[in-house]
Every structure is written in structure tokens, then in C-alpha cells.
Design a protein around this ligand. Structure first.
Ligand SMILES: Nc1ncnc2c1ncn2[C@@H]1O[C@H](COP(=O)(O)OP(=O)(O)OP(=O)(O)O)[C@@H](O)[C@H]1O
Ligand SMILES: [Mg+2]
Length: 274
């Protein structure tokens, strides 16, 4: 079932992982999550909750940050993947789109997309066809394909980063904070494309988002992280209706809308769910 986080149909299974930075800073304190095959799962939480760390633990990108998974296990299609290097993860079908939409600024949009195919040994015509497919999902990228990526807009760079990931023909994309710094309309556009890729191409997504509202509208299942722990999880439709989620993450309560700042200071006072 798409709307479940159950173990049986899990593509990705993270069990009770602990992550330590610089040998001493304990950041993830036993995080478990599942990504169902064909699912969109949202990893939610505020600044510093541990979302990016969780994604990097899965794609084996922690080493360069002096971070280490010290406990627990990560399995993809039932196989342990800890210790694989990021390129091997890409070969097994998992690719991460980093926070802050990393594109190679001095390359054109099209050259950026082509770098995404480097782990494959595909022929020119196959790659051309895949490029056209990416352009079909992101017509804006086709228009800007000859532009230097560094001069394109934030939204186009986010599209370029997702498009480049698609060029590796992934089964699963770990998408970090796709809404960051983008206008609401562009956020909708990008999430709409994520949904299309999920439904039409069967790509599964684990996406980290501070934008709870949009993430829970597009995801099937969600996990809420606070200070390195999962404090709540459930089908997205249920989380959207949960009074605590509404109050603390959707900024809506019986007293009306609250600003994000109010919610955060209120949360600090009330120690949510502890
Ligand atoms: N390389 C690092 N070395 C030490 N501590 C780190 C490192 N990277 C992250 N941290 C710490 O780990 C915690 C979790 O950070 P992480 O980036 O995973 O949070 P996040 O949920 O992605 O936050 P944001 O929404 O701001 O991106 C934070 O307290 C952060 O300061
Ligand atoms: Mg982050």
C-alpha cells in the first residue's frame, strides 16, 4: 500500500540509526523509517532536527562531513548498504539531490544534466532520449539548456538538480528541502513534477522538508523529527488532520493562524510531545 510505512513493502528500511559528528556530537538518536516502493515519504521537522543528516546517512555522504553511523542499520531492497560509497549507491538506484540545489555553475544546464548520466554506460542515443524525457518534465530547462547554470533562477537550478538526478535513472530520489528559498508558485510547480515522476515513472521519493504544509499535501506518509528523534509518524492525510501537527507545524490552531516564529517559541515553552 502506498500510504503505509510498513516493513513488508519497504524499499528502504532505516532501523534505529545513531549518527555522531566529529566523534562526539550525537545528532541522530535512534531514527527508524521506511520508504514504501512507489511511495513519497516526507521527513519533516524544523532547523537542526536531523533531516539532512538522515538523508546523508542513507546515501553514504556523511564521511566528508566527519559524520558516522554508529548504531542501527540501513537496508535497501533488503540489502545492507552501509559502507557502500555514494557512486555505488547511485548504481543501486538511490541518488540524493542536495539541499541548496547544487549545480555546476560554470556548466550549461544541459551539461549539468549530462553529468548525471556518468555512472551509466549508456549509448549516445539512449542518453539523448533520456534528456528529452527530462525536458518533457521540465520545459523550462529546455528553454534554458544553453545557459550557464550559475545565471539561471533558483527555481531553474532546483529543476536542474532534480533533472540531473533523473539522468542516473534512479529508482529512489532523496530530495533535500526542494522548497528552500522558492516562491510558493514555484514550490507548487516542483512538487507537482515530483508527483508526476512518482506516478508516471514510478520513482520513489524520500523528501526532507521544513514546509510541512506542501510536503503533507504531496506525500503519502510522513515522519516528524525533533532533535534527532522521530516524534510522530503516519499517513500524510492523518498527520494533516492531527491537532498537534496543525498547531506546531501547519501554524493553524483553534485560535487562528500563528506565525512560524510564534509557533517555535510556543513549542520551546511547551516541550512538544516530550
Ligand atoms: N558536519 C557537521 N558537524 C557537526 N554537527 C553537524 C554537522 N552537520 C550538521 N550538524 C548538526 O546536526 C544537527 C542536525 O543537522 P541537520 O542538517 O541534519 O538538520 P536539518 O533537519 O536538515 O536542518 P535544516 O532544516 O536547517 O536543514 C544540527 O544540530 C547541526 O548543527
Ligand atoms: Mg537540512
Amino acid at each position: 500500500m502506498l500510504d503505509s510505512g510498513k516493513t513488508e513493502d519497504a524499499l528502504l528500511e532505516v532501523t534505529n540509526i545513531e549518527v555522531i559528528y566529529n566523534h562526539v556530537i550525537l545528532v541522530l538518536k535512534g531514527v527508524s523509517l521506511h520508504l514504501a516502493k512507489g511511495g513519497i515519504t516526507a521527513l519533516l521537522g524544523g532547523n537542526g532536527a536531523g533531516k539532512t543528516t538522515t538523508l546523508k546517512a542513507i546515501s553514504n555522504l556523511l564521511h566528508s562531513e566527519r559524520g558516522e553511523v554508529t548504531k542501527g542499520s540501513i537496508r535497501y531492497r533488503g540489502r545492507p548498504v552501509q559502507g557502500l560509497d555514494p557512486a555505488a549507491m547511485v548504481k543501486s538506484g538511490v541518488i540524493q539531490v542536495m539541499e541548496g540545489r547544487h549545480c555546476f555553475e560554470h556548466l550549461t544546464v544541459e551539461e549539468n544534466l549530462l553529468t548525471g548520466a556518468y555512472t551509466r554506460h549508456a549509448g549516445r542515443s539512449e542518453i539523448e532520449a533520456d534528456l528529452e524525457k527530462v525536458y518533457a518534465y521540465f520545459p523550462r530547462l529546455k528553454e534554458r539548456r544553453k545557459s550557464q547554470a550559475g545565471y539561471t533562477s533558483g527555481g531553474e537550478q532546483q529543476m536542474c538538480a532534480i533533472g540531473r538526478a533523473l539522468m542516473s535513472k534512479p529508482e529512489t530520489i532523496l530530495l533535500d528541502e526542494p522548497s528552500m528559498g522558492l516562491a510558493p508558485q514555484l514550490v507548487e510547480e516542483i512538487f507537482g513534477i515530483v508527483k508526476d515522476l512518482n506516478e508516471r515513472e514510478g520513482v520513489s521519493f524520500l523528501l526532507a522538508e521544513q514546509n510541512t504544509n506542501v510536503a503533507l499535501r504531496f506525500a503519502h506518509y510522513g515522519y516528524i523529527l525533533e532533535s534527532g528523534r522521530v516524534v510522530m509518524d503516519g499517513p500524510a492525510a492523518e498527520l494533516r488532520e492531527n491537532p498537534d501537527v496543525k498547531e506546531f507545524y501547519l501554524g493553524v490552531s483553534d485560535e487562528g493562524r500563528k506565525s512560524f516564529r510564534d509557533v517555535r517559541s510556543y513549542r520551546r515553552r511547551k516541550r512538544w510531545l516530550s
